[in-house]
Design a protein around this ligand. Structure first.
Ligand SMILES: Nc1c(C(=O)O)ncn1[C@@H]1O[C@H](COP(=O)(O)O)[C@@H](O)[C@H]1O
Length: 151
């Protein structure tokens, strides 16, 4: 995430990851405030066992695209709600990537962060049959929890 202030949003990504027993690490990395840390993080991640990166940032959100530019790993982006434009600035600055560098952008805010965790697990499940089984069971539990009536 681009700032510690993104954590209340980005913590939502950890919920499905924990439920699906997917290990993860967190880091504060900013293209603007810690550019050297960004270069090291993005260029080294695929060498230390990381398989998917979830990048959340708000406002002038260059982080996901910059990570994607420097890493061969899939980058899932979360536009964090901003103070002045409620996340529209975050969304547009993340989603409008130039052809040739791909970022998988999720919805703005907490739900987007939650789905980023799910999407990461689904990507990882392509090479992990046990994780895929856990995902299928997770989906079935979710379906069972939706009541048929509003009473
Ligand atoms: N968008 C970026 C980047 C980046 O794109 O590299 N670095 C920090 N930020 C964002 O600035 C917002 C305000 O940060 P502060 O609350 O620390 O002032 C955060 O949402 C963060 O993601």
């Amino acid at each position: 995430m681009g700032s510690r202030s993104d954590w209340p949003t980005m913590a939502n990504a950890t919920k499905p990851l924990n439920e699906l027993e997917v290990p993860f690490a967190t880091a504060v990395v900013s293209a603007h405030r810690t550019p050297q840390r960004l270069v090291e993080f993005a260029s080294e991640a695929h060498k230390n066992g990381t398989q998917v990166i979830i990048a959340g940032a708000g406002g002038s959100a260059h982080l996901p695209g910059m990570i994607a530019a420097m890493s061969p790993l899939p980058v899932i982006a979360v536009p964090v709600e901003s103070r002045f434009m409620t996340g529209m600035d975050s969304l547009l600055s993340i989603v409008q990537m130039p052809k040739g560098i791909a970022v998988a952008t999720q919805a703005v805010g907490a739900s987007g962060a939650y789905n980023a965790g799910l999407m990461a697990a689904q990507m990882l499940s392509l090479g992990d049959a046990e994780l895929q089984e856990r995902l299928i069971a997770w989906r079935e539990r979710q379906t069972d929890q939706v009541p048929l009536t509003v009473e």
